[in-house]
Design a protein around this ligand. Structure first.
Ligand SMILES: Cc1ncc(COP(=O)(O)O)c(C=O)c1O
Length: 347
């Protein structure tokens, strides 16, 4: 336990929690790294801190300036937390289809919120381009650019990866992660494979994202859509480019409903939607490669940020997503049968 003078100092050093029920069902040790423990409540605090530290060190960002960033929400919250610690201001540009819970947190942190319509990336009104334009128009604005700014992946290379290595005493076999910018999977895969090249890195992708198809075929093609937020992408960005990935699987929103309810019942955890996808990916890896493996994934944030979607039966029904959980033994039996859906890198 630490005594800190700034909230930003409390970013990182998160606990690792064994998911006992899923571990016992699969004969593996399945762990989640509780990134919700960060002061801003998500894994993106790490990227926010590293991007700001590096930009202050290079002189690009100076005290009194305003950070601007396009975000699905969590990076904006993380940047707002760190901005306060360093005497900076924060403007977050978000698409208006993300949960209101995250919009509210950005405003509660005293950051300015700009919302834009969700449009394809090629449209100049996209949140990414809007943030860039705001920074271009104002000399006192600094654009964090989490997609192309590799301080993001570096955050995980210098903090998260070493923490996982130490917490598992080097016994990790498989790391599982979804990707938005790819910072998490890139930094962790680089560090862990440097320690032990045999560590296997799995990417888990929601419907509507093109990463799984990109790894399989070299083209970003998406099918369907997902209510998950902050993950999935349709273009190659610098942070993702650094990732060292051995396997990938695409899993549907229905499975997130089933696993989220299981985790509430059996582990006392109400996880956010990307975290539930991560756990689904870890379960898929455990079923196909266990027993005996040590598998680590991330609780990127808590379910309070997904309450109006993942935990809202009316919303799920409207989208045609299941509202009742598939019994866990049925889910596991199905995962045993769908090994052919997993893409493996050919050596
Ligand atoms: C809840 C959540 N999970 C996962 C991610 C993806 O992490 P990364 O951008 O490091 O790929 C994000 C990114 O915003 C997120 O908000």
């Amino acid at each position: 336990m630490q005594v800190a003078k700034l909230s930003a100092e409390l970013i990182g050093q998160t606990d690792l929690l064994r998911l006992n029920s899923l571990s016992e069902l699969t004969g593996c040790d399945i762990f989640v790294k509780l990134e919700s423990q960060n002061p801003g409540g998500s894994i993106k605090d790490r990227a926010a801190l590293q991007m700001i530290k590096d930009a202050l060190a290079s002189g690009e960002l100076k005290p009194g300036m305003t950070i601007v960033e396009g975000t699905a929400g969590n990076t904006g919250i993380g940047l707002a937390v760190v901005a306060r610690s360093f005497g900076l201001n924060m403007v977050a540009v978000m698409p208006n289809d993300q949960t209101k819970e995250k919009e509210q947190m950005i405003q509660l942190h005293g950051a300015e919120l700009v919302t834009v319509d969700p449009v394809p990336f090629k449209d100049e009104r996209h949140f990414y381009h809007t943030a860039r334009r705001l920074a271009e128009e104002r000399p006192d604005y600094w654009w964090a650019n989490q997609f192309e700014n590799t301080s993001n992946a570096r955050a995980h290379y210098v903090t998260t990866g070493p923490e996982i290595w130490e917490q598992t005493q080097g016994k990790i076999d498989i790391l599982v992660s979804a990707a938005g910018t790819g910072g998490t999977i890139a930094g962790n895969s680089m560090f862990l494979k440097e320690q032990n090249p045999a560590v296997q890195v799995w990417l888990v992708d929601p419907d509507g994202s093109g990463i799984y198809s990109y790894l399989k075929s070299g083209a970003y093609v998406s099918q369907g859509s997902s209510f998950t937020e902050g993950i999935g992408i349709m273009r190659l960005v610098e942070n993702f480019r650094l990732a060292q990935i051995d396997a990938a699987v695409n899993l549907p929103d229905d499975d997130l409903v089933s696993l989220s309810r299981h985790l509430v019942q059996h582990e006392g955890l109400v996880l956010g939607s990307s975290s539930c996808l991560n756990v689904a990916g870890a379960l898929q890896a455990a079923v196909l490669h266990g027993p005996g493996k040590t598998i680590v994934t991330f609780a990127c944030d808590l379910g309070e940020r997904s309450a109006s979607k993942l935990y809202n039966p009316e919303y799920l029904a409207q989208r045609g997503v299941r509202t009742d959980a598939e019994p866990i033994h049925d889910l596991i039996a199905r995962y045993r049968q769908q090994g052919d859906r997993v893409w493996y890198r050919t050596p």
